[in-house]
Design a protein around this ligand. Sequence first.
Ligand SMILES: [Mn+2]
Length: 403
Amino acid sequence: MVSLSALYFVCSTLLSGSHAFEIEDVDVLNEKWGSDWNFAGITTFARLPTNRCLVDFNTTYDVAVVGVPFDTAVSYRPGARFGPRAIRAASMRQNKLRGFNARAGFNPYQNWAHVVDCMDISVTPMDNVLALHQMTEAFHNLLAHNTTHPEFGKVPRLVALGGDHSVVLPHLRALHSIYGEITVIHFDAHLDTWLPNKYPEGWDSSLGSGIGEFTHGSMFWMASEEGLLSKNCIHAGLRTRLSGTDYEDYRDDKEQGFLRITCDDIDDFKPAGIIEIIKKRVPEGAPVYISVDIDVIDPSAAPGTGTPEVGGWSTRELIRLLRGLGDLNLVGADIVEVSPAYDHAENTAMAGMQVAYELLTSMVMNRAKEGVHLDPSREELGLPASSYSEFKQVSKDEDHSEL
Ligand SMILES: [Mn+2]
């Protein structure tokens, strides 16, 4: 029997002129009006449930998306403060119902994990000292929330939507306080391990805020100085120009513990070979952070970014690489430097959305493997182990599938 509180009274008087009343159950109304088409509705990432997690500490989640709309540490084009908004808008064709990730055989939105959109961290655009403080406190607090399913892990995972690349530093600070040294897999055209004196600034920074070193090109140097990083970190997709007249930037980078995979390496090693190089370097079970600067993709496919460099990877190649790293112990991730004012037809924002979706899928899937509620495996469904091996089966050119 339907209780009175579950009833909704619909009056058709005004439209029809009649005095008939219809009484409809909430379930019926939900069926009629409870869902949106892809282009309609209030924007959250993948239409996930949302809450201002930093205010409501009772919000529990296993994986959360959080926007970090900060871009005043950029050296060239500003605008990434609008990145979270653009990525969310581009994600509106994702939802629970159409969320099955075919490569993974897995729907991250209909599985064990409670995935939410924690809205944005409120960061000042006026004062970078305060901004870094705000972001650091925010990431500590977001990671201190209880998980919904502690049997799968007591610390939630965050996928941060930048913002410029400097927003990785506060995230790493918070993760380091939980896991110790973090192994960063850094997809980027640039090193971002630059010493602050590599920027052309002749003024004494103590005359200003005193943290002129906090930039979107030096934050990994800062992370290294603070002892947040392991010595097994990796760059992938490099094609930046260097400072001065020799390889000093590379020497600085190596001292900070990074291996460099260049953009051109994909021609020699193919995506599968690059995945293998990365996996060999990451110790078994090490806490891994994947940081994706959208400028790792060629500007023809992702023009809306702070410091574009021509000759980059395709969106398909990047996604393929991310998929290949899905079984690492991914404790945090970001997609940064999406700057929609320089974008065309949402290309960059869509790439950012897909990156976030792949990272989120991996975060949910790699822990499901250890526990219950697995979807049927690809073998059970009669599918090959991955779409890559499917390709290998049909390929007549064996060299095509060699690493
Ligand atoms: Mn970067």
